[in-house]
Ligand binder design. Structure first.
Ligand SMILES: *Cc1c(COP(=O)(O)O)cnc(C)c1O
Length: 394
């Protein structure tokens, strides 16, 4: 194949037609500053208000509950640090999260721990799913925040968000979810699911990079994150990135339209890949629950080989994949997500993540399944770890 086969949609997605069509005119002619009082400014302000409204309605929120950010990382940082600060003012310095959050969450929590917060990380078990009774047991009188991701970016597992939301509501604890992998891919309703704060990022649903949003329910006290002008109700100063915001709104709307049908088609390809690998390659391990997972996520460990060398070989075949999260590649540590689901280090090193979406085709799946077994056995033939495993089996 001479065409690139892109199967790394959890890292980022292509910029979709809907986003481009919305952005280009804004870049070309709607360059006004939404804070300006003249007509060009007001035109920009109208576009901003319209985008905010459309993004809000796609998750069941109100426009004044949406704050634009530079992406998922910023939304996570904002939600967690500012809710923690409000908690500390009331003497509450305990936070509950999980061991397999994105680093935008985990590293923010680490910093809070250094300033005197206590963090309880819930177990995500072998299937990659949090248990609600364990959350209940972890709640303390001084718990000021629960933050649990909607769907995991490496193994794709979907968490019982509505149940977690109900528990948090019952205890009066603000509930934040990093929904960067879920927005535009799964139906989200912040009302029904009792979500108080939610992070999303446009480039994970065919929008532009560098733009995201934090939803914060009315009545939850969100302190200012970036001091400056009156943008985002004074909580996040700085002239709005209007072209990106318009692209994000269009992309999210497009992603929500026909979501079910698209998910069906994509999960069909996902299952064909998983079944094809399990049936044709020995000593593999499917990571994460097979049912409660994102439509496009495949995550498999191949015993006896390094995920990184597998990636390089796939790349030579034109297939773009990942061994885990894009943020941890380049480091030699095995994925914290795979360790959190209890995999031994040496197995976690042999992981492959393929994340599909509606742009992938059945032909691409065929091609992947055709080349993968040969690549894996070729790498195993050169692997001393594999040789040892085989000798031990005899
Ligand atoms: C990609 C991702 C982020 C970071 O979003 P950016 O917009 O790239 O900052 C955060 N959380 C999860 C689960 C992600 O997949």
């Amino acid at each position: 194949m001479d065409k690139i086969i892109y199967m790394d949609n959890a890292a980022t997605t292509s910029t979709g037609r809907a986003a481009l069509d919305a952005m280009i005119p804004v870049l070309e002619k709607d360059y006004g500053n939404p804070s300006s009082l003249h007509q060009l400014g007001q035109q920009a302000a109208d576009l901003l208000a319209d985008a905010r409204k459309r993004i809000a309605s796609s998750i069941g929120a109100q426009p004044d509950e949406i704050y634009f950010t530079s992406g998922g990382t910023e939304a996570d940082n904002w939600a967690i640090t500012q809710i923690a600060r409000a908690g500390a003012e009331k003497g509450k310095k305990h936070i509950i999260s999980t061991a397999f959050e994105h680093h935008a969450v985990l590293h923010t929590l680490k910093r809070l721990e250094k300033s005197g917060f206590t963090v309880t990380l819930l177990d995500v078990h072998k299937d990659g799913i949090v248990r609600v009774d364990e959350l209940k047991a972890a709640i303390r009188p001084d718990t000021c925040l629960v933050t649990v991701m909607y769907a995991n970016n490496e193994i794709g597992t979907i968490q019982p968000i509505a149940e977690i939301g109900a528990v948090c509501r019952e205890h009066g604890i603000p509930f934040h979810t990093d929904a960067v992998q879920a927005a535009g891919h799964l139906p989200i309703d912040v009302q029904k699911e009792n979500i108080d704060l939610l992070s999303m990022s446009a480039h994970k649903f065919h929008g532009p990079k560098g733009i995201g949003a934090l939803y914060c329910r009315r009545g939850i006290r969100l302190t200012n994150f970036i001091e400056g002008g009156a943008q985002e109700r004074g909580k996040r100063g700085g002239t709005e990135n209007l072209p990106a915001i318009c692209g994000m709104a269009a992309a999210l709307e497009d992603a929500c339209k026909g979501m079910d049908e698209r998910a069906k088609r994509v999960s069909g390809m996902r299952d064909r890949i998983i079944d094809g690998i399990v049936q044709n390659i020995p000593h593999v391990l499917v990571n994460g629950d097979r049912e409660k997972r994102l439509p496009g996520n495949v995550n498999i460990c191949f015993e006896g080989i390094e995920g990184e060398s597998l990636l390089l070989r796939l790349d030579l075949e034109g297939i773009c994949a990942s061994s885990g999260s894009a943020c941890t590649s380049g480091s030699l540590d095995p994925s914290h997500v795979l360790l959190a689901i209890g995999l031994p280090k040496e197995v976690a090193h042999g992981s492959l993540r393929l994340t599909l979406d509606e742009e992938n085709t059945e032909q691409e799946v065929d091609y992947l399944l055709k080349v993968l077994p040969g690549i894996v056995s070729g790498l195993r033939d050169m692997s001393p770890v594999w040789e040892e495993m085989m000798a031990a089996e005899k």
